[in-house]
Design a protein around this ligand. Sequence first.
Ligand code: ATP
Ligand code: MN
Ligand code: MN
Length: 379
Amino acid sequence: QKPGLELAVVSVPSYACQRHTPLLHHNTTLTDALSILAENAELGENEGRGVAFRRAAALLKSLPQEVRGAEQLRGLPCLGEHSLRVIKEVLEDGVSHEVETTTHSEQFKAMKALTGIFGVGAKTADRWFREGIHTPSDLQRSGHTLNRAQRAGLQYYDELNLPVTKPEAVAIGQIVERAVHAVLPGAEITLIGGFRRGKQTGHDVDFLITHPDEGREEGLMRKVVSWLEAQGFLLYQKTTGNSYLESKEGPARPASNMDRFERYSHPLPQTLVVVGDHAQKVSWVLGHSQCSGPRSWRAVRVDLVVSPYSQFAFALLGWTGSKLFERELRRWAVHEKAMTLSSHALYDRKRVRTLSQTHTHFKYCSGSFLYYQIRDKLI
Ligand code: ATP
Ligand code: MN
Ligand code: MN
């Protein structure tokens, strides 16, 4: 009997949010392979396929030991036919043919390089790839007209693709705190995203800002951004309208399982913000654009989210990630609990029917109480 055969009989819950998924786990060779296929599917805008590979990878992360043979996986959830085939190949041959082909493909390499430019999504990257543009230098030479975000993204390409370290995240947190307290004393700033999950590096730094007096957070994002701008911290900034919460119906149930936040953008760190009834997502790249001489700063993406206090618990839960965890949590809420979860609220589909009832429901759910209740139950 091979060691670890008992894995097959361990019962594993099927929603990723019901399991413990440690950052350090026993199956990195397998999860690395599946992550490449997930990334490739996402770059090809095949979301369903991407999620399938991410789910399979998340399942492997939750296992208490290294998988040595495919027979150990019998009866486990979340492993689709395609993922199983890849896993078997890696277990038997050490590598998967499909993964090797993907990592060496010109298209995958080009799509990764081009979407690595701040302000460039899969659609744009694909269009450029078809025109023969494979690298940021190709793009620079092409003479394409770029928007401001993309110009900043190209200018700071190397820095923005350098992982942000924990000490850098802490230093940026101090800048954000200074900015926030300069315009609203008493506001509370929480590190969210990957760093809150214990990651040591990230592609950006994410912060959630709120104030214990409901309503004081209104207009905060604009003031914080102005302050940072005046101090020369922002290399790039952009504001777009918010489709969510602007409708007459007030905080409606989200149509999809991702929230529609207003989006701002800047260059050194990049930021997302949610403000009062006008949920906002601010993206910027934080730098020190007014410095001359040798630079003492680097470009970093920062996401700021501003949330009213009554929605703080949901914003905290929703912006901590990972993306798969959030997706699974919302799927679990809908299918197993008949509830709708967003980064603004939790709706009980059986009991909440009207807006006023929704507001009452909000009050009962406010603070971190519900958040901890949810999280404790699941992990
Ligand atoms: P990394 O360390 O690479 O930054 P991360 O987990 O922090 O990883 P982010 O892209 O910064 O990833 O996102 C942080 C979390 O914010 C996500 O897990 C997701 O839950 C949430 N999030 C990001 N974009 C949106 C959005 N448009 N709407 C709602 N939530 C979002
Ligand atoms: Mn992040
Ligand atoms: Mn982010």
